[in-house]
Design a binder for this molecule. Structure first.
Ligand code: BTN
Length: 252
């Protein structure tokens, strides 16, 4: 089903759970790019949501395809007070919030790709940060794209919430709920990093699996305190991966 995501519906959904009202843009290139342009003068919690996003940006310079009325594309500006070294935990926290907003039928592929149980990608997250002149964190923008009612087709395995849940959730309610969860989870993570790691493990779909990432082949065995992925290769050596695209490898 396709729902109309109006500014009015978004404002009502946000107000009902105490989330700041969004900046709604009926059509936009990239919500991350829009919010980036507003970041210097905007408070933490400012969020931009697109009716339709035409030039979504993905991780590692890729593009993010979102179909009109079948997708949710939004970006949230946060100013967490934490050392730069803890930025990866913000990325994990955003993944936890996304997984929890979408429900128990989904799992995270490290660091924060949301997959269904068949391994189809449902949501992706692009975090972009700006540093203060002294080197601390000024802001981070968390851009989240969710395939809600339609799975994009292409040379990748994508799914959508509707296929798994039986119907597409209302996008305005999902958006407000998601933003509330991201704000709360990042806030929790800045106070208690271990709590984010623990929450991430509850929605994890990577640990214990055979993976390949950044030239390392092995079994994903844990998360480091900094949010890195620990992989044990066949020679028993442990590798710590700070960033990369994990490929799930079938054993055998
Ligand atoms: C990825 O998996 O590569 C990350 C995709 C992130 C896409 C979202 S959609 C909303 C926000 N605006 C963008 O331009 N990108 C992010």
């Amino acid at each position: 089903m396709r729902d109309e995501m109006t500014e009015e519906a978004l404002r009502a959904a946000a107000a009902s759970i105490g989330v700041p009202a969004p900046i709604f843009l009926p059509e936009v290139g990239s919500t991350n790019a829009e919010l980036r342009a507003l970041a210097a003068d905007s408070p933490s919690g400012t969020w931009v949501v697109a009716g339709h996003q035409t030039a979504g940006r993905g991780r590692r310079g890729r593009s993010w395809l979102a179909l009109s009325e079948g997708a949710l594309a939004l970006s949230i500006l946060l100013r967490p007070s934490l050392p730069l070294a803890r930025l990866p935990l913000v990325v994990l926290a955003a993944g936890v919030a996304t997984a929890e907003a979408c429900g128990p039928a989904f799992r995270l592929k490290w660091p924060n790709d949301l997959l269904d149980l068949e391994g189809r990608k449902i949501a992706g997250i692009l975090a972009e940060a700006e540093l203060l002149p002294g080197g601390g964190l000024d802001w981070v923008i968390i851009g989240i794209g969710i395939n809600v009612g339609i799975a994009p087709t292409g040379p990748f395995r994508a799914g959508c919430l509707a296929d798994v849940l039986g119907e597409a959730p209302d996008r305005a309610s999902l958006a407000a709920d998601l933003v509330g969860r991201v704000i709360a989870e990042v806030e929790r993570g800045s106070r208690d990093p271990a709590a984010v790691l623990e929450a991430w493990r509850r929605v994890d779909g990577t640990l214990g699996r055979r993976v390949r990432v950044e030239g390392v082949d092995g079994v994903a065995v844990g998360l480091g305190p900094d949010g890195s992925l620990e992989i044990e290769d066949d020679a028993g050596r442990t590798h710590r991966i700070l960033a990369g695209d994990v490929e799930m490898v079938r054993a055998g």
